[in-house]
Design a protein around this ligand. Structure first.
Ligand SMILES: [Zn+2]
Ligand SMILES: [Zn+2]
Length: 187
């Protein structure tokens, strides 16, 4: 496991959020079309704290996506500028907290901060660990030529090339077929 558990969850959640963006080329369309979709997303990834359940909140979360996507696209100095910007804008104050089934982990925003702010700061805090351990190479764009989804490679041998879902499955099926055809090929 390259990072602390809460860092890994936060990175995966940030990537999943970025990949909900329907405005990106090759995307499967808007994955956060309405407040109900946002609710499901927030439940899936276990974000806690206060919610407004209104259009302004949804809009703020959607607007955050292209900003977070840049973390996957720019060089190290660029990533640092984004992370520092997100943290200072939110006036982040790191605190160790414990809640629900989670043991002590970092929160850098109060539970009453706007949802998009909490998501932004959680992502920024996780990327801090990635930069500090010189592991930005683990943040990649999906290797499929028809997909621009972002990928967080948390594998031991740094071998994850495809995004979760379609591309990853497709690559696994292709590899399986290739192996099978080798075995059954006439000699
Ligand atoms: Zn928490
Ligand atoms: Zn993909």
């Amino acid at each position: 496991m390259p990072f602390a558990h809460d860092t890994e969850v936060a990175l995966a959640a940030a990537a999943a959020l970025v990949n909900t963006d329907g405005s990106v080329e090759f995307s499967d369309g808007e994955q956060l079309p309405d407040i109900a979709a946002l609710d499901r997303f927030i439940d899936t990834w276990g974000w806690t704290g206060e919610r407004e359940h209104n259009d302004a909140e949804l809009r703020a979360v959607r607007t955050l996506r292209p900003r977070l996507r840049r973390i996957w696209e720019v060089d190290e100095d660029g990533v640092v500028a984004i992370v520092n910007g997100l943290l200072s804008e939110a006036r982040a104050l790191p605190q160790l907290v414990k809640h629900d089934e989670w043991s002590y982990h970092l929160h850098a925003t109060p539970p009453a901060a706007p949802l998009a702010t909490r998501i932004a700061v959680e992502a920024a805090m996780a990327v801090i660990d990635v930069v500090r351990s010189n592991e930005l190479g683990r943040l990649r764009i999906c290797a499929s030529p028809t997909c621009l989804d972002v990928v967080v490679d948390l594998s031991k041998n740094r071998s994850k090339r495809f995004c979760e879902g379609t591309c990853g499955n497709r690559a696994a099926v292709a590899a399986y077929r290739a192996r099978k055809s080798q075995i059954s090929a006439p000699r």
